[in-house]
Design a protein around this ligand. Structure first.
Ligand code: C2E
Ligand code: MG
Ligand code: MG
Ligand code: MG
Length: 282
């Protein structure tokens, strides 16, 4: 049987490659029309304070339904869009849509939540991001502090000076900056003090086995005390059980998001959640 597989190995491999490559091309071409053909949407994942369990914000996450291929994960199409530069238009669409949603919630006298938006390194490099954000804040009347831009350490890879300058401008505007997937990147800890961050997002890979793995627990503990000593907030990602939430709270983590607390949901569902939060508060 091994011999059989070996004999067919080459053909199998090229077929796989071909499929992967045609899929990539289809996605790349499809992306160009995704905005105009209204195939994109945002879903919103709630963020809660640990302990009081107050709904404090949402993270906006991009969704794409390809007409033939169905739903495509951002983990697959964002890297493609980054490579061909299309991330700039996608990113503009996300900013625009998310800020209009936030303005809409604020107009309805719902609890004043923050909204996290993922910004890719390519977007920060190639684009007058700060002008764009300033304009959108003016147009929508959303206060800058309600907006949190999520960056990963990869923003520092190519042009650290430029990235830092743009982050300074965003900070001046009053926009909050968060470091996403913290603990998984390559940058040195010394960047932390130059980044002008509001908070660290503890990556879900450290949260997954928090109750089973002493080392993950040690890393999460170190991130929380590092954040505290630098005056930064903390939010844990990927919280899937009440035990994880309890442990994180016990360890001093401030906020959490994850399937246990709420899945990413359509704007209508997020609105219902916000309306329910008003009732709970008094
Ligand atoms: P991220 O920003 O770290 O987002 C968190 C991811 O974890 C999301 O995946 C979310 O759906 C997922 N998640 C949330 N709670 C749980 C949980 O309890 N367990 C597990 N296993 N996963 C959970 P998603 O939506 O597939 O997004 C993947 C990545 O794609 C994001 O990671 C972000 O890097 C990128 N992305 C998503 N939307 C955008 C966008 O609008 N712009 C850019 N530039 N990147 C985006
Ligand atoms: Mg994120
Ligand atoms: Mg993350
Ligand atoms: Mg990520």
């Amino acid at each position: 049987q091994a011999k059989e597989a070996g004999r067919n190995g080459y053909r199998f491999f090229t077929a796989e490659m071909h499929n992967g490559y045609t899929r990539m091309l289809a996605l790349e071409n499809g992306l160009r029309q995704a905005i105009d053909r209204q195939q994109l949407s945002l879903v919103y994942q709630p963020q809660y304070s640990l302990g009081e369990h107050r709904l404090l914000g949402f993270e906006a996450l991009l969704r794409w339904r390809h007409p033939e291929l169905g739903p495509v994960s951002p983990a697959e199409f964002i890297p493609i869009a980054e490579k061909n530069g299309f991330i700039v238009s996608l990113g503009d669409w996300v900013l625009d849509t998310a800020l209009r949603q936030l303005a809409d919630w604020r107009a309805q006298a719902l609890p004043p939540v923050t909204l996290g938006i993922n910004i890719s390194a390519a977007q920060l490099r190639q684009h007058p991001l700060c002008d764009r954000v300033r304009l959108l804040l003016q147009e929508t009347g959303v206060p800058a502090e309600a907006l949190e831009l999520e960056l990963t350490e990869s923003v520092m890879l190519d042009h650290p000076q430029r990235a830092l300058a743009i982050m300074d401008q965003l900070h001046e505007l009053g926009v909050k900056l968060a470091l996403d997937d913290f603990g998984t990147g390559y940058s040195s800890l010394s960047y932390l003090k130059r980044f002008r961050l509001a908070r660290l997002k503890i990556d879900q890979s450290f949260v997954r086995d928090l109750l089973l793995d002493d080392e993950d627990r040690a890393i999460v503990g170190a991130i929380i005390s590092l954040a505290r000593n630098l005056g930064l907030g903390t939010i844990a990602e990927g919280v899937e059980s009440p035990e994880q939430a309890q442990m994180l709270h016990h360890m001093g983590c401030e906020q959490a998001q994850g399937y246990h607390l709420g899945r990413p949901m359509a704007a209508e569902q997020a609105t219902l959640l916000l309306q329910a939060a008003v009732v709970c508060e008094d």
